[in-house]
Design a protein around this ligand. Sequence first.
Ligand SMILES: *[C@@H]1O[C@H](CO)[C@@H](O)[C@H](O)[C@H]1NC(C)=O
Ligand SMILES: *[C@@H]1O[C@H](CO)[C@@H](O)[C@H](O)[C@H]1NC(C)=O
Ligand SMILES: *[C@@H]1O[C@H](CO)[C@@H](O)[C@H](O)[C@H]1NC(C)=O
Ligand SMILES: *[C@@H]1O[C@H](CO)[C@@H](O)[C@H](O)[C@H]1NC(C)=O
Ligand SMILES: *[C@@H]1O[C@H](CO)[C@@H](O)[C@H](O)[C@H]1NC(C)=O
Ligand SMILES: *[C@@H]1O[C@H](CO)[C@@H](O)[C@H](O)[C@H]1NC(C)=O
Ligand SMILES: *[C@@H]1O[C@H](CO)[C@@H](O)[C@H](O)[C@H]1NC(C)=O
Ligand SMILES: *[C@@H]1O[C@H](CO)[C@@H](O)[C@H](O)[C@H]1NC(C)=O
Length: 388
Amino acid sequence: MSDALERGAAQSKRSKWIVIGSVVGLVALIGLGVGLGVGLTRNNNSSASNRNANASSSSNSSSGGGVEQTDPNDPSTFVHDERLHQSFYGLAYTPEGSQLPDCGNSLENVIKDVQLMAQLTSRIRLYGADCNQSALVLEAIKQTKTNISVYLGIYNVPDDNHAAYQRQRDTIKEALQTYGTDHVAGLTVGNEFMLNYLTDNGVQDPNSAIGDQGAAILTQDIADARNMISEMGLSIPVGNSDAGSYFNTKVLEASDYGMANVHPWFANTTAQAAAGWTAQFFEETNVQPASSLSNHPKMYIAETGWPTQSSDEGNKNNGASDASEANLQVFLDTFVCQANQNGTGYFFFEFFDEPWKDVQFGGVEGWWGLFHSNRTLKNVEIPNCSSP
Ligand SMILES: *[C@@H]1O[C@H](CO)[C@@H](O)[C@H](O)[C@H]1NC(C)=O
Ligand SMILES: *[C@@H]1O[C@H](CO)[C@@H](O)[C@H](O)[C@H]1NC(C)=O
Ligand SMILES: *[C@@H]1O[C@H](CO)[C@@H](O)[C@H](O)[C@H]1NC(C)=O
Ligand SMILES: *[C@@H]1O[C@H](CO)[C@@H](O)[C@H](O)[C@H]1NC(C)=O
Ligand SMILES: *[C@@H]1O[C@H](CO)[C@@H](O)[C@H](O)[C@H]1NC(C)=O
Ligand SMILES: *[C@@H]1O[C@H](CO)[C@@H](O)[C@H](O)[C@H]1NC(C)=O
Ligand SMILES: *[C@@H]1O[C@H](CO)[C@@H](O)[C@H](O)[C@H]1NC(C)=O
Ligand SMILES: *[C@@H]1O[C@H](CO)[C@@H](O)[C@H](O)[C@H]1NC(C)=O
């Protein structure tokens, strides 16, 4: 398969996305235009509609979705939804209202999210630590008495002289002091930092001289985070997350684990080919290179998923398949249980739709959830298999 074009794709919070053809080192950089468009009708699948006809009966929440509790004052008494199965290795999660300066998240809402996520997985990952989200999630796990482990996250910013890093590090320190590490699986320092750094500098190669300059900022923060953790007498892995094609070797050498965004949608695969493409890309671009490093960082898929709609006409189809619930179903059916069987650690992207991303970026950005933003399950059937 020497002439097969191997492609990687990445989605950034700033909504840039990038597709790489690596066989001849060809790189295509594409900025996703920001703009709001016309809402689109979702494709409906009639059998799935019937399946979900009773969906609202299991919900008693004022905001639509959410979970019923047998004791309204005890979040651990939530009633299990028979449509949900603990079949995901992990889920990508950002609590609603966790962006500065507005924030607006609440323990009440994070508890609802944790009650739902605990029925799907035992692992979640966060992207940042602003707006007290680390403590809120750990408090919600405590109150729901669920056995979820969290990869806490720090969203580093390239040119702020470490200010965003330090602000988030300090709130994570507080959260670790309060909650300990029983439910903390790791601390991810940096999300798409190299992607953003390279894009800002008009460079593509993460291991170029400019790439190494960005990496030096990040490895300094990673070392600082390790130092904080060991000074606290704690021991948790410290890692990094980035777009699949954007790992700098020095960053990986400084990390216990790497989490790679691998997005078949942005690589223009069909929904049917998406699972195989994701597995192959991750193996070739991330797992194999990492295994040759002396520290053997463990590699995970940080994000993979399929959007269910677009807010503009142009992004409704990726050139091969539609953004639709039917195609999310195809990806769920072909990826989740096979990835479990293959022993792949992945974080499905994502728990629920994020309206702030739709407002800010448009297109498919806000529409990757398994759940709508009101916490009702989309028109999909959750695969039923056990996760590792
Ligand atoms: C909905 O719930 C009612 C009452 O529990 C039950 O009789 C009916 O079969 C359910 N419908 C579906 C589509 O599951
Ligand atoms: C759910 O809502 C119904 C109608 O408002 C109410 O009668 C019922 O007590 C609620 N159940 C719980 C567990 O809060
Ligand atoms: C939740 O949001 C979805 C998508 O907007 C909508 O179709 C559904 O009716 C809402 N459900 C509730 C209970 O509000
Ligand atoms: C952060 O969240 C925790 C858990 O709910 C709470 O105890 C703490 O007071 C919060 N801190 C701030 C600054 O809101
Ligand atoms: C909770 O999860 C951890 C790691 O995922 C596991 O080792 C532990 O046995 C679990 N505990 C319970 C009570 O299920
Ligand atoms: C994917 O499809 C979009 C829309 O048709 C197109 O603009 C883009 O160039 C394609 N990308 C690749 C890598 O084929
Ligand atoms: C699982 O592994 C098989 C064999 O290597 C591969 O063909 C398949 O694409 C993998 N699927 C997933 C979802 O990991
Ligand atoms: C899900 O799988 C488990 C284990 O195989 C089985 O006991 C259960 O009945 C399944 N649930 C559904 C709804 O198929």
